[in-house]
Write a protein that binds this ligand. Structure first.
Ligand code: OSB
Ligand code: MG
Length: 384
């Protein structure tokens, strides 16, 4: 493999209008925001990554403000001028910077993309080279769609019907106290057989165990992150009381966390967001833990632009990713993305890996400029 020498790093703070916002138990954001990372090598190869940060510290403690600060002041200087002979070296180079996984992931992805392009490989083929034989990309990801908290059960069912009509084969609903059992029962009576799951984004406590147990009759695919966003211990007390499989999202920040959660019986499924765990090096470690322990694995999302989405689809095409992922088609998120080509939903609720080298997508610089202007206009955005 050909090493790359990092000559330049440019960060772009962007905002994109959303086709449909996503209300969760911690709130709702008016735009899709991100800090895009453009890495240039000595040989003129360009790679792109996405720090999928939000405006508020709601899902993650990281925000647009922390990502641009830490990216500019502490991450770019460590990477500039470095010779990279494998993209997994980025995790070691950035190790002195504690925390800030979403920002690290953006930096790492740009290097994976540039490295793959410099070696005339797709990023999916590059992931494969970091796994044992038998883990070749399938060429597509199995996907579903995530639906936010709506004003009524009827409106939720309408949205579900629209998504089922578009071909999505798995529905995830956001829940919170007061919007859970009744909602799930209502949806189940309208759709007895769909693959249905719920995501609480840490809205409950162990004291809600009896309430949550009412979900056990509803044949749910899983219940995602019911308890504290740092918690593994209390989930290990909840899971044995429930028939429904618990999936951890927020609580899993490292491969060690994944191993501990599985060993303690805190969850039976892992949601892997490459950003939440600081990049694809750590993601590959979590993938190996799940393969070794036979734990079902899927790839989560944070409404990524085409840049982040392309890399997610490539990772989700690996065969150890065994459940449908939170990766939907471009038109579920944006009327116009910042890269081409868009991702479309195919037969069997699949999204194909973008063909070509690197992530397979091409960033449109005029659209990045427009999105950077929108962020400037909107920040600080006016709170209602
Ligand atoms: O918990 O999975 C989550 C989006 C922002 C923050 C947290 C979450 C989400 C999603 C989005 O569910 C799923 C997607 O990208 O389609
Ligand atoms: Mg989640």
């Amino acid at each position: 493999m050909r090493a790359i020498h990092i000559k330049g790093i440019t960060l772009y703070e962007i905002a994109l209008p959303l086709a449909e916002t996503l209300r969760t138990s911690f709130g709702e954001e008016p735009f899709k925001t991100a800090v895009l990372v453009e890495v240039e090598t000595d040989e003129g190869v360009t790679g792109w990554g996405e720090m999928s940060v939000e405006i508020d510290p709601g899902y993650s403690s990281e925000t647009m403000g922390t990502a641009i600060h830490v990216g500019r002041e502490f991450m770019s200087p460590r990477l500039l001028g470095k010779m990279i002979s494998d993209p997994t070296e980025v995790r070691e180079i950035l190790r002195p910077v504690r925390g800030h996984p979403l920002a690290k992931h953006g930096m790492e992805t740009a290097v994976w993309d540039a490295f793959a392009r410099a070696n005339d490989l797709s990023i999916a083929a590059l992931f494969e080279r970091h796994l044992p034989a038998g883990h070749a990309s399938r060429g597509y990801a199995n996907v579903g769609v995530s639906i936010g908290i709506k004003p009524s059960v009827e409106e939720t069912i309408e949205t579900i019907n629209k998504r089922l009509g578009q071909g999505y084969g798995r529905i995830k609903l956001k829940i919170q106290p007061g919007w859970d059992v009744e909602l799930a029962r209502g949806v189940r009576s309208a759709h007895p057989d769909i693959l249905l799951m719920l995501d609480a984004n840490s809205a409950y406590t162990l004291a809600d165990a009896d309430h949550l147990k009412q979900l056990d009759d509803l044949n749910l695919l899983m219940l995602e992150q019911p308890l504290g966003y740092h918690d593994i211990y209390e989930h290990s007390k909840l899971q044995p009381q429930m028939k429904t499989r618990i999936c951890l999202d927020e609580s899993i920040l490292t491969a060690d966390d994944a191993r501990m959660a599985i060993e303690l019986g805190a969850c039976r499924i892992i949601n892997l967001k490459p950003g939440r765990v600081g990049g694809f090096s750590e993601s590959l470690d979590i993938y190996r833990v799940c393969v070794e322990t036979g734990t079902p694995l899927w790839i989560g999302g944070m409404l990524e632009t085409g840049v982040g989405r392309a890399a997610h689809v490539a990772f989700a095409s690996l065969p150890g990713v065994t459940l449908p992922c939170d990766i939907s088609a471009t038109d579920r998120y944006f009327t116009q993305d910042i890269s081409e080509p868009p991702f479309v939903l195919g037969e069997g609720s699949r999204i194909a890996v973008a063909p070509g080298v690197g992530t397979g997508v091409t960033v449109q610089s005029d659209r990045v400029e427009a999105a950077a202007r929108l962020w400037k206009e909107q920040y600080p955005y006016k709170r209602v």
